[in-house]
Structure formats: C-alpha cells, structure tokens
Design a protein around this ligand. Structure first.
Ligand SMILES: [Zn+2]
Length: 291
C-alpha cells in the first residue's frame, strides 16, 4: 500500500497486526492445549484441531472483512453508467449548471500548507493543456500499436469536449488563492490532519437534487506533509473529477478508480465521455465508451 491511494486507510496494517497478534495468542493457547492433550485423552487432540480449523476460518473471514472495508463505497452512486469495451464503467453523478461564459472559480485556501510548490502543482492539474498519448496495451484497453490521448490538466481536458451539451461544460476556469474562508465553486483545502475514515483526500459536494446540479464542492487533501508533489497532483486530479460530477470507474487503471494504482493517473477519454454525457443531461443512461 502506498499513500498514492485516494482512499488509503493507514490503520489497516495496524488492524492486520492486531489480528495477527490475536491469532498468535490463539495459537499459543492451542499449543498449550495440545501438550496437555498428549497426557490426557486423544479426543482432546480432536478438539484442538477443530478449534484451529475454526480459528483459520474465522481469521479468513476477518481478513476478508478488512479487505472489503478498505474499498471506498462512500461516493454516491447514480443510475448513469458508461461502459467501455472491457465492461468497465464510469459512474456519473450530478452536473454543474453554469450559464454560458460564466467564470468557474477553483480556489485554494491560503494556509501554511499551501506552499508555492504545492499551489504550482495544483495549478498544473487545473490549468495544463498538455496531452499525453499512451499505447493502449499499457492501459489494457487495446492491442499494442493503438493509442489513446490523456490530459494532464482539467482545463485542457474539458476544453477538448464538444460544445453540444444541454448544460455548459465547465470551460472558463479561474484559479485563485484565498485567505481564511475561501470562496469559489470548488475549494481546495490542504491540511496535515488525518481523515477520520482514513482517506488521503475527500470531496464533499453540496447539491440541489431537485434541479440536478452541484452548488459547491470542497476538496480536502489530508496528511499533506506526508504526500509528495506527484501524489498531490494525482489526488487533486482525481478529486476534481468528483468536483466536476464524476463518481468512480471500475477500470483499475483509470484516474477515477476508487483506489489509484496506475502509473499514468491522467484524465482519460472515458472520463471525458462520462463528463459529456453527464452534462448532456443524462440522468439515467448507459453509454459504451469507444475504449
Ligand atoms: Zn474517489
């Protein structure tokens, strides 16, 4: 496990250790019983063996439970699915409904943690227009020799989408660093606190569900002093995906996977197809991505 995980739970190792300790104690007791049983009757040996089997089964169950608990199920799901050729899907949620040409404000809260290096990294994730072409075989999307385009920054990514959607896709982004109480459509807060549920970063959006629109989105990046600049970029890129209305992808190599493991955490064509359909008013729809 690395801190790259968007929803990494640092307590896991501890939990597993705790569990192993319990298992060790149980084994100690079992050994003691085993010694006694040699002196006593053979049936005690059978009891010991049965308890070892039970402890193993219980152990496997506890491990499985911890495994399940590790995986993020917090984000709201919608009934809107986008599917790619491998059967992977990107869930979408709710769109922004900005008027045409309205500035979309993404602000970072000024604090001792918002250093120049970090804000520059965040600006890159927001404003970059850089494109990267990756071979589809690397991303398990297609045969070697075919490729797909990825975006480093959301500005470049969002502005590559056609202007033919029902709601305006966020394209006119303004970045600012705010003092104290940040204003902005999306606010990014860097902190050294830990998330109580163990997430490395978290997006909290206020929405008007009746009109199916996002009103404000707050992204918090936790344990900032333990995160490298590259990981900060990855986390903010992922969380901004939530901020613009995406939920999670089932493709493990996608930027929007609940646990980010890819070495290429860039905005994919599939993520942008999902944005396009979401902003076209799709509340209940299924679309097959080209890749
Ligand atoms: Zn997420």
């Amino acid at each position: 496990m690395t801190k790259k995980y968007a929803n990494y739970i640092p307590n896991d190792q501890h939990k597993i250790k705790e569990f192993k300790q319990e298992e060790n104690i149980f084994e100690e007791i079992s050994k003691e019983l085993l010694n006694k049983s040699v002196l006593l009757k053979r049936k005690y040996l059978v009891i010991v063996l049965i308890s070892i089997i039970i402890s193993s089964v219980f152990g496997a169950y506890v491990y499985y439970f911890i495994y399940i608990a590790n995986h993020d199920t917090v984000h709201l799901r919608s009934n809107f699915l986008i599917q790619n050729l491998r059967g992977d899907t990107v869930d979408t949620w709710i769109a922004w409904q900005k008027t045409d040409n309205a500035l979309f404000h993404i602000h970072v809260q000024n604090s001792q943690y918002a250093t120049k290096e970090r804000t520059d990294a965040i600006i890159d994730v927001i404003m970059s227009q850089q494109k990267i072409e990756l071979d589809d075989s690397i991303m398990h999307k297609g045969p070697e020799g075919t490729s797909s385009v990825y975006y480093v920054g959301w500005y470049g990514a969002l502005n590559s989408i056609k202007n033919d959607t029902k709601f305006n896709i966020v394209k006119n982004i303004h970045f600012h660093i705010d003092d104290d109480v940040p204003t902005g459509d999306i606010v990014i807060i860097l902190t050294n606190l830990s998330n109580p549920d163990g997430y490395s970063a978290y997006t909290n959006s206020i929405v008007d569900e009746v009109n199916h629109q996002i009103l404000k989105s707050t992204i918090t990046v936790y344990n900032i002093d333990k995160i490298s600049l590259e990981d900060l970029k990855t986390l903010v890129r992922h969380e901004l995906g939530h901020g613009f209305g995406l939920a999670h992808s089932t493709a493990p190599e996608d930027l929007m996977a609940p646990t980010i493991t890819t070495n290429y955490p860039y905005i994919s064509e599939c993520d942008l197809d999902a944005i396009h359909h979401l902003y076209d008013g799709g509340e209940s729809s299924k679309v097959v991505c080209e890749k």
